[in-house]
Design a protein around this ligand. Structure first.
Ligand code: ISE
Length: 351
């Protein structure tokens, strides 16, 4: 398996919007990578995307994953197919980058942890891109240097202009708040141990049956309480904010990627349309670091094919466990404890 590598040949599963972005990114903006093959349930779309980058479209995911010419797999298919794709990649002994969530359910996440541990080496990186965003990294450094003192609470906002068809109240946790869950675990280096969902009035402009917005309270091991508003049909654009409050000061990111125009007696700020705009640089850094880690690992047979600071399968599992507790909290109206398994030694390093 070892031997100096110039290129990592990546197989991409899923050519929806973020999958297609990753294909283009890998083909033209990432050093040391090429897209070898792709699969999507929508085969004409897969063929079109593959054709744009000189890759081949395969008739099944397994044919991409098991192809000896594919060094590593990137999973960006529907959330409920993630576990199957990640397990097949581990089975094939290949490094795999899986878009968040690792899996939408706890049993599937545990199955992945067990499979990775049985394989005896870390192969899975989970796509929590905020860890590579400059704004979030400055929050992390404010905690690390002690600049704001001891963190005591945090306020988060996660708004999307509109939810895609079929989006459910539970998906507000498993697909959206899962980002705040991972970001807060990472920023504070603590697990989240309890979740409460506070009901607020539902917007009259959201699809029938969807509870939106929702307010989620996350409590960490040391008792820090984080409030997160998730509103996936806010209409006006994509708006992600976070403030960390400490014993000495506070640090916040409000509109980190936009400029302010002052004209005609008014201040105007553009709100980006979606996360692909807002986190474009974070995705770039994240995928580059993954490819570089995979390349180094394949060349030397040493180290882990997982980038520094990346979310591992353990982080993916922990985030899903908290989102799962939020689903229960919404149903019961009560504070739900998060019952995490004991962290295997295999995942000992870092949060
Ligand atoms: C979507 O899947 C994402 O990952 C976005 O970052 C998030 O803002 C959105 O709410 C999710 O549905």
């Amino acid at each position: 398996m070892s031997g100096a590598r110039d290129m990592v040949s990546v197989g991409v599963i899923g050519t929806g919007s973020i999958g297609t972005d990753h294909v283009h990114r890998l083909a033209s903006a990432i050093a040391g990578a090429r897209v070898h093959s792709v699969f999507d349930v929508d085969s004409p779309r897969a063929a079109a995307v593959a054709g744009e980058v000189g890759a081949v479209a395969r008739p099944s995911a397994r044919e991409v994953i098991d192809d000896p010419a594919v060094d590593a797999v990137l999973v960006a298919s529907a959330d409920d197919s993630h576990a199957e794709m990640v397990l097949a990649s581990i089975d094939a002994g290949k490094p795999v980058f899986c878009e968040k969530p690792l899996a939408p359910t706890v049993p599937e996440s545990l199955e992945i942890l067990a499979a990775e541990e049985a394989a005896g080496r870390m192969l899975v990186q989970v796509g929590f891109m905020r860890r590579y965003d400059e704004g979030f990294r400055s929050l992390k450094s404010a905690v690390g240097t002690g600049a704001i003192g001891q963190p005591v609470t945090s306020h988060c906002v996660h708004r999307n202009a509109s939810s895609p068809p079929g989006f459910t109240s539970a998906m507000s946790f498993t697909s959206s708040v899962v980002h705040e869950i991972d970001a807060m675990r990472w920023l504070l280096s603590e697990e989240i141990v309890a979740v409460t969902v506070v009901r607020t009035r539902t917007s009259p402009l959201v699809p029938e049956g969807l509870r939106d917005p929702q307010i989620v309270l996350l409590e960490t091991e040391s008792g820090i309480v984080i409030d997160a508003e998730v509103f996936v049909n806010c209409r006006y654009g994509y708006d992600v904010r976070a403030e960390l409050v400490g014993s000495l000061g506070a640090i916040s990111l409000d509109h980190p990627s936009s400029s302010t125009l002052v004209l005609d007696g008014a201040r105007r700020q553009v709100v980006v349309a979606d996360w692909r705009d807002r986190f474009a640089s974070a995705y770039q850094v994240e995928i580059q670091q993954w490819v570089s880690a995979v390349r180094a690992h394949l060349s030397t047979g040493e180290g882990r094919p997982v980038a520094e600071d990346a979310a591992t399968a353990w982080d993916g599992y922990a985030a899903t466990a908290v989102a799962d507790a939020a689903i229960a909290a919404l149903e019961t109206g009560e504070c739900q404890p998060v019952g995490l398994e004991r962290r295997p030694v295999f995942y000992a390093a870092g949060l």
